[in-house]
Ligand binder design. Structure first.
Ligand code: NI
Length: 226
């Protein structure tokens, strides 16, 4: 499932973040890439341990844990601290797949990357190119969202970022381990959650609301890994 999550951050939060990001000391993105990705990666990056990344990353994770749409779709267990990237002057990131296991910086703790997240900090009209193209079972989907919005997609997918030929594309990117490893199971739980919520609004006293909520929770009991 590829899902856009609107308004993760407010316009004021995005503006504050841009002030910090536009003056930060960026480093070469190849430094954190694996062997295959390093060959096709050309961008600038702020590591998760950079003070600006720490401040904004904490804000992003807090905002997401209070976002009902995100929580329903991701069913998160562990977050990797958000990193940030910047593409300009023709920079791009060729087709790659994200590494399956990543170490949380400064800890011995490793997480499995089930879901990838990209949160946009530049408006689409600030730059040309810079589409995130994600390939899933139904073909390729091109994503370029307003500032403050985020796309959530399976970390199992091949993806690339097209060359930025004007302006600068500034994003945060990070991964999370979900309670539900399998994308298809997670998608079915999300659909069921949304359907139950609609039913609970339209027919709040119907006994099926309780029964279906029970089935939803029992499926999570069957499938959750923690
Ligand atoms: Ni990637």
């Amino acid at each position: 499932m590829i899902l856009s999550i609107p308004d993760v951050l407010t316009p004021a939060e995005v503006a504050h973040a841009r002030e910090l990001l536009d003056t930060a000391d960026w480093t070469d993105g190849k430094l954190t890439a694996g062997y295959q990705a390093a060959k096709v990666k050309d961008n600038l990056q702020l590591a998760a341990t950079h003070p600006v990344a720490r401040e904004l990353g904490g804000q992003i994770v807090r905002a997401l844990t209070e976002n009902p749409l995100f929580m329903a779709a991701a069913l998160p267990l562990h977050f990797l601290p958000p990193m940030f990237n910047r593409y300009s002057g023709g920079q791009q990131f060729g087709t790659h797949v994200d590494g399956a296991i990543r170490l949380i910086p400064g800890t011995g703790h490793r997480i499995r990357t089930d879901l990838s997240c990209t949160l946009f900090f530049a408006e689409p009209d600030e730059y040309d190119g810079g589409e995130l193209v994600i390939e899933d079972a139904y073909g390729a989907k091109s994503v370029k969202l307003p500032a403050g919005h985020m796309v959530l997609y399976p970390a199992t997918s091949l993806h690339h970022v097209t060359p930025v030929t004007r302006g600068a594309r500034v994003c945060s990117f990070f991964w999370l381990q979900s309670l539900i490893r399998d994308d298809q199971r997670r998608s079915m739980l999300f659909d069921m959650d949304m359907a139950i919520q609609r039913l609970a609004v339209d027919m709040p006293d119907h006994s099926s609301v309780v029964q279906l909520t029970g089935v939803y929770n029992n499926l999570i009991r069957q499938w959750a890994e923690m």
